[in-house]
Write a protein that binds this ligand. Structure first.
Ligand code: FES
Ligand code: FES
Length: 164
């Protein structure tokens, strides 16, 4: 079966088993290893990518239903010159520990900020419920995102598109 995809802005074709997960195809077929295979059961969020603009756990998504989909992975969330706003906040607050959860965190929280650019602390906590950090750096992650409240968020400056 042939699946046509756009991945990080590039047209790509997958020839293979439609039952394979998107995560497996991204990592093994396209060598995009930013999305992490941790639980492979939909619990940890480390495999989160965007499909048609929405965050999904790619370990649970069969590739066979994605013909024509627009996929963005952590490799495509920012430009070569400038970090995504969430990546930059994480760097500024030095929140990264082992880093295993961070690709998924960045993808989930970037999508969240598109819909809610000025979230409360509780809203950020709720938005993070699908992403487990085994190093338990949650408070600093929340602090980093709260710091964005004072910034003017423009798409060109922050690599975050504002939802229509
Ligand atoms: S690897 Fe997909 S949710 Fe854990
Ligand atoms: S930084 Fe280690 S799992 Fe989150």
């Amino acid at each position: 079966m042939i699946i046509n995809l756009t991945i990080n802005g590039d047209t790509r074709n997958y020839h293979g088993d439609p039952r394979s997960s998107l995560l497996e195809v991204l990592r093994k077929h396209f060598h995009l290893t930013g999305a992490k295979a941790v639980c492979n059961e939909g619990f940890c969020g480390a495999c989160t990518v965007h499909v048609n603009g929405s965050p999904i756990m790619s370990c649970l998504q069969p590739i066979g239903v994605l013909d024509g989909a627009d996929v963005t992975t952590i490799e495509g969330i920012a430009s070569m010159d400038e970090l995504n706003i969430v990546q930059q906040a994480f760097e500024d607050f030095d929140v990264v520990q082992c880093g295993m959860c961070f690709p998924g965190m960045v993808m989930s929280l970037s999508a969240f900020l598109k819909k809610n650019p000025n979230p409360s602390r509780d809203e950020i906590k709720f938005a993070m419920t699908g992403n487990i950090c085994r190093c338990t750096g949650y408070e600093r992650i929340i602090d980093a995102l709260m710091s964005l409240q004072s910034l003017e968020q423009t798409p060109s400056q922050k690599n975050v598109e504002v939802a229509p």
